[in-house]
Write a protein that binds this ligand. Structure first.
Ligand code: ZN
Length: 694
């Protein structure tokens, strides 16, 4: 390794903040190789002398992590916000080695034995609750990766893990390929009447991308247009296309993706389910659902089913009513035949237009980024007693638009900092929004490292002399990510593995983020942060009312849709036997009879493209979306019950939220944390009320 590549390599500096302004793709490979080589050598030493003590079995491993925080985490971050072919290549070159190193640490037998002995040793009783939870989680993680198995069982387990990984890759590739196989091309403007300009632009680009180099290009006004099954095309097409026969064609193609021919996922679904069941049994669980729940907040399959049933019952008649409204509108508009599955999105959209005549665009002028930030920070101060102050220029940044802030507590002491990368930058920034940790809070050798968060959004940048004007959706997203950021930054846990969002169960992690979203529907908060960029006027009252009404539009049908997915996911992983004569499609249809006011078509094969659970991390976990919503709504209702207009009460409950949910992070079981805050276990009533269903 040439020394030149290491001297002055910004990824090897391990103090202060990462040197984002100096990092080049060329730094990645040499720095990560060096860090990996050092860490591997140190880890070998640790394994040799490991003892069943906190210092030896936890802290020493935590120390190994420091160089990765500076050399590896920034690379992942920059892939999202400053992507380039060179950076991707560098990342790929070392990725496999980083993954194998972390697997080696997580699956180390000496470490596992030391952790197990710790639980039986003298030190155990002197450890804090957070420390014990960390040890227990590490043991569980190791066990779920098969460490407790020996001989044939171990071999079989490893084979299953490899096969499942291949199957999930195949599953997702089939979905991608099947999605690409289908398209509809239109050439006459009359045939695309009613479609929004943004969809026509996308469809025109899509058509042009299929042309040979040098062929004459179409335009978004004159066509041709190509509509595909990718969601940004499929979704708006179903909402806006006036051509019923094309909607039917699109819909049928969509629900049968990857269900026939060489891309058929049906056998993969069967295989995945049976391997998952076998894997769970090898690890001592009755079903895969139990294995999945072992690492989650939800106590049992029964508890999840109970939540679903409560939500389902409360949504059913509302959903029927919503469907009747759509039918009535279609009939009024002259539709004679009964509405079919491919008509629902279209007529829902007409009803929405009729009822809430406003567009996202109309709201923008009221939400300049600066006012929104001021309102958000003001809210955080009222609720949690924290002060956010701009500190631009104090931190190296990767782009000139990136802002930097400090967070201090009521005594004025700094407790955290964060970056905000607010604007969309399609050329090198990933879409969507996210919170990520830059540095986590931890106390090592008497030195406290304060947490630093990355908040990344894709809001509209300032253009043509106008400031950044946000849509309401973008405002909500900013509140959401800030909520994640608060949990990362206001943690009081001193151990990296349980500080902030680390160690928080997956079905509880959206609690603070969705909790913050609720404030966007709180009149004084939203009106307070809105200020027309020209006149300074707040959002008009009637627009606020419409935003609130739109929130609960068709809430019953939407709720049932998520329940259908969630119940099917759970049923497939709990009681279902892949070898039984009942197919997964039969199973889904059976559930749909109680969860869909308009039944699924008999030929529906949408499970064949359900990537969340067959190639993502949501297996026996899709319920988490609703579970977390129950938590966040119920948490918000603590403020409602006490009276949102009473500033003192709001401040008091806000401090309690800070001291429990935000401060305790992964240091306690989320059910205990929730009970500390709410005084009881979560209940679904508030979610139903916020959805207009109770
Ligand atoms: Zn989130």
């Amino acid at each position: 390794m040439p020394d030149a590549a290491l001297a002055d390599n910004p990824l090897l500096v391990t103090d202060g903040l990462p040197r984002f302004n100096q990092i080049e793709p060329a730094h990645v490979v040499p720095a990560v190789r060096k860090v990996l080589a050092d860490a591997s050598a140190q880890f070998e030493q640790i394994e040799k002398v490991i003892a069943p003590s906190w210092a030896a079995a936890v802290e020493s491993l935590d120390e190994l992590n420091t160089p990765f925080q500076y050399a590896w985490s920034p690379v992942g971050h920059l892939l999202g916000v400053l992507n380039s072919p060179e950076l991707r290549k560098a990342h790929e070159e070392v990725l496999a080695d980083v993954v194998s190193f972390s697997l080696r640490v997580g699956q180390s037998e000496p470490v596992y034995r030391a952790l197990k002995e710790m639980k039986a040793g003298k030190e155990w009783s002197s450890l804090s609750e957070a420390q014990r939870r960390i040890v227990n989680q590490k043991i569980l993680d190791a066990e779920l990766s098969g460490i407790g198995l020996a001989g044939e069982k171990r071999e079989r387990f490893n084979t299953i893990v490899r096969e499942l990984s291949q199957l999930s890759t195949d599953f997702s590739n089939h979905v991608l390929d099947a999605t690409k196989e289908f398209s509809i091309v239109e050439t006459k403007p009359a045939d695309v009447e009613g479609l929004p300009p943004s969809l026509l632009r996308l469809a025109s680009q899509s058509y042009n991308s299929t042309l040979a180099a040098g062929a004459s290009q179409g335009t978004e006004e004159a066509g041709p247009w190509r509509f595909t099954l990718e969601f940004p095309s499929f979704g708006p097409f179903m909402q806006h296309s006036r051509r019923r026969e094309l909607r039917e064609q699109m819909y049928r193609a969509y629900i049968t993706r990857a269900s026939a021919g060489p891309l058929n996922n049906t056998p993969l679904v069967q295989k995945i389910l049976s391997l998952r069941a076998e894997k769970a049994q090898l690890l001592g669980f009755k079903t895969f659902a139990e294995l999945s729940l072992a690492k989650k907040m939800a106590p049992s399959v029964a508890a999840v089913e109970e939540m679903f049933e409560t939500l389902r019952e409360a949504s059913w008649s509302a959903a029927q009513h919503e469907l009747d409204e759509i039918r009535a509108l279609a009939a009024e508009s002259g539709v004679r035949e009964p509405l079919m599955n491919w008509d629902i999105a279209f007529w829902s959209e007409r009803l929405r237009e009729k009822r809430f005549q406003y567009t996202e665009e109309e709201l923008r002028p009221f939400f300049p980024l600066e006012s929104v930030l001021a309102g958000l920070f003001g809210l955080a101060q009222r609720l949690f007693g924290i002060r956010v102050t701009p500190a631009d220029g104090e931190a190296p940044v990767w782009h000139k638009d990136v802002r930097f802030f400090h967070v201090s507590d009521e005594s004025g002491k700094r407790i955290a900092s964060f970056y905000l990368d607010p604007y969309s930058r399609p050329e090198n920034k990933r879409g969507g929004a996210w919170m990520d940790d830059c540095l986590g809070r931890r106390l090592l050798h008497g030195q406290l490292q304060l947490p630093v968060a990355h908040l990344v959004c894709n809001s509209t940048p300032p253009t043509g002399g106008k400031p950044s004007l946000m849509t309401f959706r973008e405002v909500e997203t900013l509140f959401h990510e800030f909520g994640h950021g608060l949990q990362h930054m206001l943690t009081t846990v001193d151990y990296a593995d349980a500080a902030g969002i680390n160690g928080v169960e997956w079905d509880a992690v959206e609690l603070p983020s969705q909790f913050m979203e609720n404030w966007c529907y709180h009149r004084p908060t939203l009106l307070g942060l809105s200020a027309h960029y020209e006149t300074g006027r707040p959002l008009p009252e009637e627009l606020f009312e419409k935003i609130c009404a739109a929130r609960t539009f068709q809430a019953g049908m939407q709720m049932l849709r998520q329940i259908l997915f969630g119940m099917t996911d759970m049923a497939m992983h709990a009681g279902y036997r892949p070898e039984s004569p009942e197919s997964v499609f039969d199973l889904q249809r059976k559930i749909s009879a109680r969860t869909s006011v308009l039944p699924l078509l008999p030929e529906d094969r949408s499970l064949c493209s359900f990537t969340h659970i067959f190639s993502g991390g949501y297996a026996a976990g899709y319920y988490s979306y609703k579970w977390a919503e129950v938590l966040s709504s119920d948490a918000f209702s603590a403020f409602e019950e006490a009276g949102l207009e009473n500033e003192q009460t709001v401040a008091r409950i806000g401090r309690r939220f800070r001291d429990t949910v935000l401060a305790e992070g992964g240091g306690r079981h989320p059910m205990e944390v929730f009970k500390d805050f709410r005084g009881r276990e979560p209940r679904p009533e508030a979610l139903l009320r916020h959805s207009g269903l109770a």
